[in-house]
Design a protein around this ligand. Structure first.
Ligand code: MF3
Ligand code: CO
Ligand code: CO
Length: 250
């Protein structure tokens, strides 16, 4: 069952989305060589609580920190650490989810640390572009699976690997709810979009193979199997009467 939000719930989703976007913006401004991912975590956590919200990842299914910080060949769910110092040439995805007045806003971007390679820049640009292609698919009557078909049609001819093990998701009072939103083609999420649905579009895109593995020690960090670079961009979107609204627009 996909939850269709009421007018009042949609307004709360807008408020949560706006705050998530602000946290991501402000945290992203701190990205530079020498900063630790723990410093980014602590800043985001303080900013979130100062604005009357909670960091949704903290203690979510046992996740130990308030945000996810995923550097270079880390696909997602990187755990902020004091020993994790950003260096020139890195790329880092910062993923922010806040819970405000009972509702979630979820958004992420990949940032460059100083000067990065042309290849990394291209990966970031193509990943962000693919997210927008997915979002622009959102419209009542289209199927959730159309999102993955369109993203795949852009990325696969360019030689990228689209992560299959992790997907976008419905979001509301619950952090991860139905529907699943896969980013690859011919997927089984064939539900029709209806006004009032809210879900994320968040392609994880590898410079190499789509295959990933999870760190057996921390049970969270997801890496590319072939060590290739990975980028991700994420927005929370609302299906409107005739198209979409991005709830986490910067
Ligand atoms: N924000 C991530 C997403 O886009 C989920 C992080 S769950 C956590 O769905 F536990 F790792 F924080
Ligand atoms: Co998400
Ligand atoms: Co997220």
């Amino acid at each position: 069952m996909i939850h269709v939000k009421s007018k009042a719930e949609i307004q709360k989703m807008r408020d949560a989305g706006k705050l998530a976007a602000d946290v991501l913006n402000e945290t992203g401004r701190l990205v530079r060589p020498g900063v630790t991912t723990l410093e980014l975590n602590d800043f985001a956590h303080r900013y979130t609580t100062k604005h009357g919200a909670e960091s949704a990842p903290l203690n979510y299914k046992g996740f130990p920190k308030s945000i996810c910080t995923s550097v270079n060949n880390i696909v997602c769910h990187g755990i902020p650490k004091k020993t994790d110092v950003l260096k020139e040439g890195d790329i880092i995805n910062i993923d922010i989810t806040v819970k405000l007045a009972g509702f979630h806003g979820d958004t992420s971007r990949t940032f460059a640390v100083g000067e990065i390679s042309a290849e990394a820049r291209k990966l970031m640009e193509d990943t962000e572009k693919s997210m927008w292609i997915g979002i622009e698919t959102v419209k009542p009557g289209n199927r959730i699976s159309d999102i993955g078909d369109n993203i795949d049609a852009y990325l696969t001819p360019r030689g990228y690997g689209i992560v299959r093990d992790l997907c976008g998701h419905g979001i509301g009072r619950v952090f991860h709810e139905e529907p699943q939103v896969p980013h690859y083609k011919n997927n089984g999420s064939r539900a029709l979009m209806r006004p009032g649905m809210t879900f994320t579009v968040e392609p994880m895109v590898n410079r190499g193979s789509w295959e990933v593995y999870t760190d057996p020690d921390d049970t969270w960090t997801v890496y590319t199997k072939d060590n290739s670079l990975s980028a991700q961009f994420e927005h929370t979107v609302l299906v409107t009467e005739d198209s979409f609204e991005v709830l986490t627009r910067a």
